[in-house]
Write a protein that binds this ligand. Structure first.
Ligand code: PHE
Length: 352
C-alpha cells in the first residue's frame, strides 16, 4: 500500500513538472489570456492545480508534506503571475510586493565632467588672474582690419597665408574680408582701442577664445582650436618681463622641472618675436621625447601701438598667444588633438 501511495505522489509530481512549463511560460498579455490561464490552473472544476490538490489524501502521509509544498509553490506562482500581468495590462497600480526585487542594485546617475579643453582654459585663466590680468573676450567673426591690417600684416604679405583663413567675404568685396578669426590677437586691437577711449595704459588682459584655420588636420592641428591671448602694455615693459611670466606660468602648469625653450620667430605684430616650446617626454621617441610648440609671443610692434593711438615712445608692451589644446595635451598626456573633438564618452570620462 505504501509503495502505491508513493507512486501516486510521484505521478502527481511528474504532472506538476510538466505544468510548470505553462505556469512560467504562458504569454499573459491580454485580459482573456489571463482569464484562461486562471481557469486552466485554478478553477474549482477544471483547474489542474486544483486537481492535484485534491489528490493529497491519496498520498502516503510521509510524502504529503513535500507534495503539498510543491503544489502550493506552483499555486503561488500562478497567482503572482496573474497579479503582475493584470497590473501590466491595466497599467494601474504598482507592481505587487512579490515582483519587487529589493536586492537589485540601484540605478546610479552617471557623473558628468568638464571637457579637458574647458578644464585647461579655466586653469590657464586662473593662473593669469592671480598675476593681476583681467579677462576679456572678443568676436569669433572678425574683419580683415582687426585680424590682419591693424596687426601690421601688409595687404599682400605672405604672413597672411600663414594663417590659412576661412573667409566669409573675400577681401576686395563689399564687406572687404569678413572672416573667422585665425587667432585671438585681433582682440588685442579691440581692447587697446577701447582702453584709449577712456584713458591710457596700463592694460593687462588675457583673452580666451576659439579660433579657426583652414589647415591640414593632423595629430597636432585641427581646423578649429582655442587660444589664450595675453597683452600687457605699460611704461617700461620688457622682454625680460615676458620671459619671466611665461616661465612662471609653465612651472605652475607643468611642474617645477618643466623644460621650456624660447625660439626666435616672426609675427608681423611683435618685434622681436619668439615661440615657446615645452618638452614632451616619450620614451618611445628617439631622444626620449620632442619639443612641442605651445605659444607665440613678443614685444608689441610700435606700429601696432601707434595704430591704436598709443605713444610708442612712452609705452611698450608684450603679447603672447597660446594654444589651449596643446597645453591640455601636455598636461593630460593626450597624444592626438582630434580626440578632443570626437566627444567619445570613454575618452572624456577619464577627465572627471
Ligand atoms: N597670434 C599668434 C598665433 O596665432 C600668436 C601670438 C600672439 C604671437 C601674440 C605673438 C603675440 O600664432
Amino acid at each position: 500500500m505504501g509503495e502505491q501511495t508513493s507512486s501516486v505522489a510521484e505521478a502527481a509530481l511528474a504532472a506538476l513538472v510538466h505544468l510548470k512549463e505553462d505556469i512560467e511560460g504562458a504569454l499573459l498579455d491580454t485580459a482573456e489570456g489571463i482569464n484562461e490561464y486562471r481557469i486552466r490552473h485554478l478553477s474549482r472544476k477544471q483547474g489542474q492545480i486544483t486537481a492535484l490538490l485534491k489528490r493529497i489524501p491519496d498520498v502516503a502521509p510521509e510524502d504529503r508534506k513535500r507534495f503539498g509544498l510543491e503544489i502550493n509553490a506552483a499555486k503561488d506562482r500562478v497567482e503572482a503571475r496573474i497579479e503582475e500581468a493584470t497590473a501590466a495590462i491595466t497599467g494601474a497600480g504598482t507592481a505587487s510586493a512579490a515582483s519587487v526585487d529589493l536586492t537589485l542594485p540601484g540605478r546610479t546617475q552617471a557623473q558628468g565632467s568638464l571637457h579637458p579643453i574647458t578644464q585647461a582654459r579655466r586653469l590657464i585663466t586662473r593662473v593669469f588672474e592671480n598675476y593681476g590680468f583681467d579677462v576679456a573676450e572678443g568676436p569669433e567673426i572678425e574683419d580683415d582690419w582687426h585680424n590682419f591690417s591693424a596687426l601690421n600684416f601688409p595687404p599682400d604679405h605672405p604672413a597672411r597665408d600663414m594663417q590659412d583663413t576661412f573667409f566669409i567675404e573675400e577681401p576686395g568685396t563689399e564687406h572687404d574680408g569678413i572672416l573667422l578669426r585665425t587667432h585671438t590677437s585681433p582682440v588685442q586691437i579691440r581692447i587697446m582701442e577701447e582702453a584709449m577711449k577712456e584713458g591710457e595704459p596700463p592694460i593687462r588682459v588675457i583673452v580666451p577664445g576659439r579660433v579657426y584655420r583652414n589647415e591640414a588636420i593632423s595629430y597636432k592641428s585641427y581646423c578649429l582650436f582655442h587660444q589664450v591671448e595675453g597683452l600687457y602694455v605699460d611704461e617700461g615693459v620688457t622682454m625680460a618681463d615676458l620671459k619671466q611670466i611665461l616661465h612662471a606660468f609653465a612651472r605652475t602648469m607643468f611642474g617645477e622641472d618643466v623644460r621650456m625653450r624660447f625660439r626666435p620667430s616672426f609675427f608681423p605684430f611683435t618685434e622681436p618675436s619668439a615661440e615657446v616650446d615645452i618638452w614632451w617626454k616619450d620614451e618611445d621617441l628617439p631622444g626620449g621625447g620632442r619639443w612641442m610648440e605651445i605659444l607665440g609671443c613678443g614685444m608689441v610692434d610700435p606700429n601696432v601701438l601707434e595704430g591704436v593711438g598709443i605713444d610708442s615712445e612712452k609705452y611698450t608692451g608684450y603679447a603672447f598667444g597660446m594654444g589651449i589644446e596643446r597645453i591640455a595635451m601636455l598636461r593630460y598626456g593626450i597624444e592626438d588633438i582630434r580626440t578632443l573633438y570626437e566627444n567619445d564618452v570613454r575618452f572624456l570620462e577619464q577627465f572627471s
